[in-house]
Ligand binder design. Structure first.
Ligand SMILES: [Zn+2]
Length: 298
């Protein structure tokens, strides 16, 4: 029987091909829009677990992806995006932001050298209670199951020294991915406040105000109830300037800065697929995203 992950990968690949076709019918936008990509691990496990999502993008694939994006897009630091979208005229090239969730050490060891090669700015979202964690992250089932098959760098989190080195690169901004990576839909209001305020206080005290301005909601879907209006309000009240979800779409000048959509950059994404995503040829992905919602609702 075909494995769940094999099927998901086949669906993603098919959606990618369909997006490349859809791009032919996508009119260039007159108002500026931006594609905020999200990654997790930049690691090459050398195998695909048929049962669990791995969120791995091998460094060689990542290099190809960033090289392709550098050729046809303009990289913008996430925190500058709202301003860039507001100024008239925009850019001749699609605007792209790069984000990385969960704070894996391979962001520092694998992704940063490649980002540096193409001078691509990025935001790394870290879970403040798990910084320097020497065990697989408690919510990371793939790492817990496969830790003995891959080097620790594939799953351990960055420590404070890694984070300081990232900031010193001048390319990386740190943001919060909550304090404990709780599911928003299961949190009380008190827990939401703690997730937002505690993470910001820790980042401010250890790295400074500049590294405590952006927030990424864990599990980040408004459609699946992980990001509620209360959660967004709490993040704003805590003092963050913007927050990103995992809702599918491009960001525009009138997008709520506390509900910025993002698009996954997958290991299977070729340069053509990435280009289709950056210009908003997203119809096939809206379909697969909707199916995901239906399945989870059952
Ligand atoms: Zn996460």
């Amino acid at each position: 029987m075909i494995g769940r992950i094999t099927l998901k990968r086949a669906i993603k690949q098919t959606a990618g091909r369909a997006a490349v076709l859809a791009k032919l019918f996508t009119w260039p936008s007159v108002c500026p829009k931006a594609c905020i990509f999200f990654y997790h691990r930049i690691a090459d496990a050398g195998f695909v677990d048929p049962r669990l999502d791995d969120w791995n993008v091998p460094p060689s694939v990542f290099d190809q992806q960033i090289r392709a994006l550098a050729a046809f897009a303009e990289f913008v630091p996430l925190l500058e995006l709202p301003h860039r979208l507001r100024i008239s005229g925009g850019s001749a090239k699609p605007l792209v932001c790069l984000t990385f969730d969960d704070g894996y050490a391979n962001f520092y060891t694998q992704a940063l050298p490649i980002l540096n090669r193409y001078r691509a700015p990025a935001t790394a979202f870290v879970v403040t209670s798990l910084i320097g964690q020497k065990e697989p992250l408690p919510f990371d089932s793939w790492s817990q199951k496969n830790r003995s098959r891959v080097p620790p760098e594939a799953w351990r989190s960055m420590d404070w020294t890694d984070l300081e080195a990232c900031v010193a690169s001048g390319l990386v901004t740190i943001g919060a991915h909550s304090h404990s990576h709780l599911k928003g839909r299961e949190c009380t209001q008190t827990q939401l406040i703690e997730e937002a305020e505690e993470s910001r206080a820790i980042l401010r005290s250890r790295l400074g105000e500049a590294q405590a301005r952006a927030y990424a909601y864990p599990y980040g879907s408004t459609r699946l109830g992980q990001v509620s209006p209360d959660y967004a309000r709490t993040v704003r009240t805590a003092g963050y300037e913007l927050a990103v979800t995992t809702d599918l779409g491009l960001a525009r000048a009138d997008t709520d800065p506390y509900l910025l959509p993002r698009i996954e950059a997958h290991a299977l994404d070729t340069p053509s697929v990435l280009h289709a995503k950056t210009v908003g040829a997203l119809a096939p992905y809206y379909l697969t995203d909707h199916l995901r919602t239906v399945k989870r609702a059952l």
